[in-house]
Ligand binder design. Structure first.
Ligand code: 4AD
Ligand code: MG
Length: 506
């Protein structure tokens, strides 16, 4: 029998084929079993009729959730179905009957799910996110390969820091202290001097103790580095890349983005020109000194707070009303279940709203009292990006808060030519980049100022001794981008097995 994958059904309408997969769901009615099969490529409803399969029909009762099964039948077009096709079974073979599966269609807490991440990955939403991740990675490679960038790998074991020493993971390297790479950039610069345009794509490690929605301790970073590029060209490249990648994902992941209930219009904002604002302008906007398109940051936050409070009242009222139905003696079981699920959903969103209610006043304080010269915090980024409907670029940063290798701004030596790209809808930084300092003496000063060992950086300084040229690059955080594309609440769902300060297993 011809075994095909669910995404190939469109080529086999009217034919008999075999699907192999797992039972995502089963519903029974008289003489019929409706099995939602998933095979990694998609989901498909298989209708098993007693009339068609005869005596074996009884066995459908043992097809518990996540049982493995192979089903043979005729492919029928059915627009109403997810994926657009249905399989009308003639025969099926049980491969493994699953024990009671812990992840049921009802709502589960996130800790419960994270502890079962190895199984949670099978759930439809998680499956869709990983498909988007795959398409994102593919699009990133296409973008750079089509522009003749060479993919080159930087080492994971390193002997020196580049992004400050506070979040390094130390390991013992045969008695010598080594660190897990927190960036591949310094190596990228060396490779760019050999190949002109390169990009790295690899795991990156940061011992971030803070518990945030944006930080992993292990994440994937894409770091292009280009000889003869200045900051302006760097920003142009970032903008082109994000535009290409997001449009590719919109094109290739329509079904997945639909499963995720993602508003595509928000993603299409990448087709607008990204506003480029200096750090100084960003601070004026944040502190309310300067409006954006007639909107004042502080006024917007105050309005948000009022709306949040109103939404909390509405949610509480609705929960009360639905709970009455859940607990009465007259409503049908189906109606009670429907309301029970709604209550669970409402309680989850109420929790988020209450978190906002606590956070927004702090954001207002933080924004109002922001001290010029400081780094933007997560909430500051949220506030800024909510004022714009598309990604923005913040450039020319105070030297003190940026890495040692960034080039100073001519005529304004307290500033460096760095850029952060902030994603809209409150997502914040997804890319950090800069033009690199080429002045050997200045780099030596910086290395001394940061108490780094000069000896460890001699190889890097050689790049300024032998054919030193202007160059620039950036780092794109893969999971940060995916978190925004999928509009996830937390970055931990953007990677198969997340590593955070709270979690090492599974
Ligand atoms: O801004 P960062 O620290 O820049 C660098 O590492 C430079 N060496 C890049 C370069 O110019 N080649 O990190 C770059 C990006 C951030 O914008 C963010 O998207 C992501 O990496 N990132 C993280 N993602 C998840 N968890 C973390 N803890 C992250 N830290 C940074
Ligand atoms: Mg950064």
């Amino acid at each position: 029998m011809k075994w095909i994958y669910i995404n190939e059904m469109k080529n086999h309408v009217g034919q008999e084929v075999t699907l192999k997969g797992w039972v995502a769901n089963r519903r029974d009615s008289k003489g019929l079993a409706f099995v939602t099969l998933r095979d990694g490529m998609g989901f498909c409803q298989c209708v098993v009729a007693e009339e068609a399969v005869g005596d074996t029909f009884e066995q459908t009762k043992s097809l518990s959730q996540e049982s493995a099964v192979s089903i043979t039948g005729i492919v029928v077009k059915d627009e109403k179905q997810l994926g657009g096709f249905e399989l009308q079974a003639n025969a099926f073979e049980i491969i493994d009957v699953a024990e009671d599966y812990p992840i049921t269609p009802k709502e589960h807490g996130v800790d419960f799910l994270l502890e079962r991440r190895h199984l949670w990955l099978r759930s439809k939403r998680q499956w869709a996110i990983m498909k988007v991740r795959n398409a994102t990675i593919y699009a990133i490679h296409s973008f750079f390969q089509n522009r003749d960038f060479a993919l080159m790998d930087s080492p994971i074991f390193t002997g020196s820091a580049a992004e400050g020493t506070t979040d390094l993971f130390k390991t013992d390297y045969f008695g010598q202290e080594a660190y897990l790479a927190q960036t591949g950039q310094l190596y990228g610069e060396a490779m760019a001097m050999a190949h002109g345009k390169i990009y790295t794509f690899g795991p990156t490690f940061r011992a971030e103790k803070s518990k945030t929605r944006r930080h992993l301790t292990e994440f994937w970073m894409i770091e292009p580095e280009m000889a003869f590029f200045d900051l302006e060209m760097d920003m142009d490249l970032i903008e082109d890349m994000l535009r290409f990648v997001v449009n590719e994902v919109i094109d290739r992941c329509q079904a997945e983005l639909e499963i995720l209930d993602r508003d595509i219009e928000a993603l299409k904002s990448v087709n607008q020109k990204f506003p480029r604002i200096t750090y100084d302008e960003a601070i004026d906007i944040l502190t309310g000194k300067k409006d954006v398109n007639g909107i004042n940051a502080i006024a917007m936050l105050e309005e948000d707070l009022a709306q949040t409070k109103a939404a909390i009242e509405d949610a509480k009222k609705e929960i009360e009303e639905r709970e009455i139905i859940v607990n009465d003696n007259v409503s049908k079981k189906g109606i009670k279940n429907f309301n029970r699920n709604k209550v669970a959903q409402l309680k989850a969103s109420l929790k988020d709203l209450e978190e906002d209610e606590r956070n927004i006043p702090q954001w207002i304080e933080s924004a109002k009292n922001f001290e010029h010269g400081g780094d933007l915090g997560g909430s500051d980024e949220t506030v800024l990006t909510r004022l714009f409907g598309c990604p923005i670029m913040v450039y020319n940063w105070p030297r003190k808060i940026k890495a040692f290798y960034m080039k100073r701004v001519e005529g304004n030596l307290d500033y460096v030519k760095g850029v952060d790209v902030l994603a809209p809808e409150g997502y914040g930084e997804i890319v950090g980049g800069s033009e690199r300092e080429t002045d050997l003496d200045f780099l030596l000063e910086q290395i001394a100022e940061e108490n780094l060992s000069r000896e460890d950086y001699e190889w890097y300084l050689d790049l300024r001794r032998f054919g030193s040229v202007p160059h620039a690059g950036f780092g794109l955080g893969l999971e940060r981008l995916i978190t925004w594309i999928c509009k996830l609440k937390h970055i931990r769902e953007a990677i198969p097995f997340p590593r955070t300060s709270q979690r090492l297993k599974p």
